[in-house]
Design a binder for this molecule. Sequence first.
Ligand SMILES: Cc1cc2nc3c(=O)[nH]c(=O)nc-3n(C[C@H](O)[C@H](O)[C@H](O)COP(=O)(O)O)c2cc1C
Length: 229
Amino acid sequence: MTTVTDAHAVSSGPAPDPAAMRKQYRAEGLAEADLAATPVEQFARWFREAAVEAHLFEPNAMIVSTADAEGRPGSRTVLLKQFDEHGFVFYTNYDSRKARDLAENPYVSLLFPWHPMERQVIVRGVARRTGRDETAAYFRSRPHGSQLGAWASGQSSVIADRADLDASYAELVARYPEGEQVPVPPHWGGFRVAPESVEFWQGRENRLHDRLRYVAEPDGGWRVERLSP
Ligand SMILES: Cc1cc2nc3c(=O)[nH]c(=O)nc-3n(C[C@H](O)[C@H](O)[C@H](O)COP(=O)(O)O)c2cc1C
C-alpha cells in the first residue's frame, strides 16, 4: 500500500483563495429565438463555436455523473466521441465504477464545462450500451497504443503498483506488435446517452445568466423553458 506521504512535493507556496476569484460575464445572451429546433442541432452549433472559433482545449471533454442503486453519486471526465439525434456517445470499460453504476441505474448527467466561453451544456438522460459492431468500428479507429491500453487496464480496480500495469502493457506489446490487429476487449465499449433534457447556459452580467432548457415531449418533440439563474 502507498501512503500520501510518499508523494513528492511538486509545488510550493500558498494556493490562491477561490473566494477572491470573480469574473464579470459578458453581455450578449442566448434568446429563445436564437435556438435551433432540436437540442442536438443547438449542441452542434455551440460545439462548433467551442472547437473552431474559441479553440477550446478538448471541448469534447465532459463530466459524466452517475449514481449507484443507493443513489450515491460519482463524477469523472470522459471524452464525447459522437453525437446525433440518437444521443451522445462515449467509450469506457464495462467493468469500471461508472459502468457498474449505469448497470444498476441508467440515469446519467453529462456536463460540458466551456468556461472560457462562459458557457455550459448539461445533458440529462438514459445511457445504453452501444452495439458491438459500433464499438468494434470505433475501437479499430483508435491508435494501436490506446487499443492495447484498453486491454491492459482493469479500470477502477485497485492495483498493487505502477510496475504491474507497465508489465501487463509490455506483454501486450510483445503479443500484438504495431501493425497486428488487436481484438476488441469484451469488457470495453460505448454508452449512448439518449437526452431527456438539455440545458444551454450562457453567462451574463451581474449573474443574470441565460438558461434555456429543452425538455423531451412524449410525441418526440421538444419544449423549451427558461430557468432562473
Ligand atoms: C480529459 C480526460 C478524458 C478522459 N476520457 C476518458 C474516456 O473517454 N473514457 C474513459 O473511460 N475514461 C476517460 N478518462 C478517465 C476518467 O476520468 C476516469 O478516471 C475513468 O474512466 C475511471 O472512472 P470510474 O472509476 O469512475 O469509472 C478521461 C479523463 C480525463 C481527465
